[in-house]
Design a binder for this molecule. Structure first.
Ligand SMILES: C[S@@+](CC[C@H](N)C(=O)[O-])C[C@H]1O[C@@H](n2cnc3c(N)ncnc32)[C@H](O)[C@@H]1O
Length: 275
């Protein structure tokens, strides 16, 4: 298989903000929940009108950025280098083996993983596949524990830093010269957008929506569209138990037995062996 090029290697370093590893980042403190935050909320009310934000000083390590374990302030993806390497491996493999279909990520945040997908297609002059960029572009849904008990108590919907607008993501593609007609945006909740998305076949299905509901919506609507020889990648398998449960439930229900391979502390993937 073709090796990673200097362009793609450099792009991955830019997307993860790798060159800044070890320098101080000032990360706004989450004030929406927790016991400690009561005092901070009070301080925040005082400071906000003056345009100040209460921040935590973070010094990311190379190990964290490799494994996508920190909360990067400036990176365009939070998945880390190992999971970007995995995306590159899967994209090159489906192209080399002529596995039919487009590439999609569900849950894109600032867009970094899909920017990498588009860059690889461009580098090897693939013009007959789309990169689908699916997100609410306003963060995660509030949990629906009656329908999805595994999501009970999930707090992701409160995290302001997970709300990245469509314009911002488009701008991020533009920064790298990669916003064009081969990039398609699906804006809205997965439960609304995926059932009617005009996607015929997929070669790569990357799920990064954290919750049971988001993971299950992706599997139910799109796994049947994944071609034989295509890859499904689950970002939150190790990090979010509810995500792992959704995958296990879906696999059990559909008798899926392909071996699950580990990427890093949280990411896993498998190759679809049967159409
Ligand atoms: C952890 S972030 C994704 C990180 C990203 N893949 C990267 O490369 O950094 C999760 C994203 O999923 C989106 N999301 C989660 N559940 C969703 C749903 N049910 N419908 C639409 N968007 C959802 C959020 O808006 C957020 O952008």
């Amino acid at each position: 298989m073709e090796q990673s090029s200097a362009y793609i290697n450099l792009l991955k370093k830019m997307l993860t903000d790798y060159h800044r590893v070890g320098t101080k980042e000032y990360i706004p403190v989450r004030l929406t929940h927790g016991v400690v935050s009561r005092k901070l909320r009070w301080l925040d009310r005082l400071l906000r009108p003056m345009n100040y934000t209460i921040s935590q000083v973070n010094k990311s390590s190379e190990e964290e950025r490799l494994n996508g374990k920190d909360r990067p302030m400036y990176a365009d993806t939070m998945v880390g280098m190992k999971r970007l390497d995995n995306i590159e491996f899967c994209v090159r493999d489906v192209i080399e083996n002529n596995v039919e279909g487009d590439l999609i990520e569900l849950g894109v945040w600032r867009g970094g993983s899909t920017i990498l997908m588009r860059a690889i297609l461009k580098e090897i002059n693939i013009t007959n596949r789309f990169v689908w960029v699916a997100d609410s572009f306003e963060g995660l849904p509030t949990p629906d524990p009656n329908k999805y008990p595994a999501d009970r108590g999930d707090k992701h919907f409160q995290f302001e830093e997970l709300k990245v607008s469509l314009d911002e993501v488009k701008h991020n593609f533009e920064k790298y010269g990669l916003l064009d007609e081969q990039v398609k945006f699906l804006k809205g909740w997965f439960k609304d957008t995926l059932p009617k998305a005009p996607i015929n076949k997929l070669a790569i299905l990357r799920l990064d929506g954290d919750m049971y509901e988001s993971t299950m919506d992706g599997l139910t609507n799109l796994y049947p569209k994944l071609s034989k020889g295509g890859y499904i990648i689950i970002d939150d398998w190790g990090a979010v138990p509810a995500c792992m449960k959704a995958v296990e439930d879906y696999r059990k229900h559909h008798g899926i037995t392909e071996e699950i391979k580990t990427i890093d502390w949280t990411g896993v993937y498998w190759k679809k062996e049967n159409a």
